[in-house]
Design a protein around this ligand. Structure first.
Ligand code: ZN
Length: 205
């Protein structure tokens, strides 16, 4: 039997082998309840994309402000993001906007870093990935999770440096890490930040 906490739903699930009764599963959950409740309490709260919500962009917090009469655009003013259009579309449109912003920020950085290695980047795509922050294909295409825009810039820079370095080394050997460090990014701190904040970042939107 496997008891798993799912931070997406803010709950837990139990996987049962064939012919295991629900009763046995419930007993196991009961036995593990101390662990389970501590773990559930540690899940960061979900932050919905709605009027008044606060979201970090490159480490700085912005407040979402629904501005229905400004037309269907998103405008960043001071520490607010004014979202036009209908309220029921706000979440989707904010997510689309963040995705485009992520691309606008990541693309030039990736191209510049690749130039430093005398490499060409293929296509750069921004995805909604759960388990990976970025990836590099053998053909030189890079993909990044849109949620990276919710991380501080020095963390984002590390992820880009990491994927760009795969254009030279398709492994995680010592030469690869030397290349990443050549970009003057905070490798250790950024990796630690991503591990510690993954759940928190996944709870937005
Ligand atoms: Zn890698």
């Amino acid at each position: 039997m496997i008891l798993r906490v799912d931070s997406d739903i803010g709950g837990a699930s139990v996987t049962l082998p064939l012919r295991t009764s629900e009763r046995e599963a419930l007993l196991m959950v009961q036995e593990k309840s101390d662990w389970l409740f501590t773990r559930l309490d540690s899940i960061p709260p979900k932050v919905r994309f709605e009027d008044g919500a606060q979201i970090p962009i490159l480490g700085e917090y912005y407040t979402i402000y629904h501005a229905p009469y400004q037309g269907e655009v998103a405008i960043r003013i001071d520490k607010k993001i004014h979202m036009g259009g209908r309220k029921e579309h706000l979440a989707r449109r904010l997510r689309d906007w963040l995705r485009r912003e992520a691309k606008n920020i990541i693309q030039p950085k990736a191209i510049e870093m690749a130039n430093e290695l005398n490499k060409k980047v293929g296509r750069i795509t921004i995805r909604d990935t759960k388990s990976r922050w970025g990836s590099c294909s053998t053909s030189g295409n890079l993909s990044f999770c849109w949620r990276l825009i919710l991380t501080p810039e020095w963390v984002l820079n590390y992820v880009i440096a990491h994927e760009v370095s795969h254009l030279v080394h398709m492994n995680h050997g010592s030469e690869f890490w030397k290349t990443v460090e050549g970009f003057n990014v905070q490798v250790g701190d950024a990796r630690q930040w991503l591990t510690e904040n993954r759940e928190h970042i996944q709870r937005y939107g």
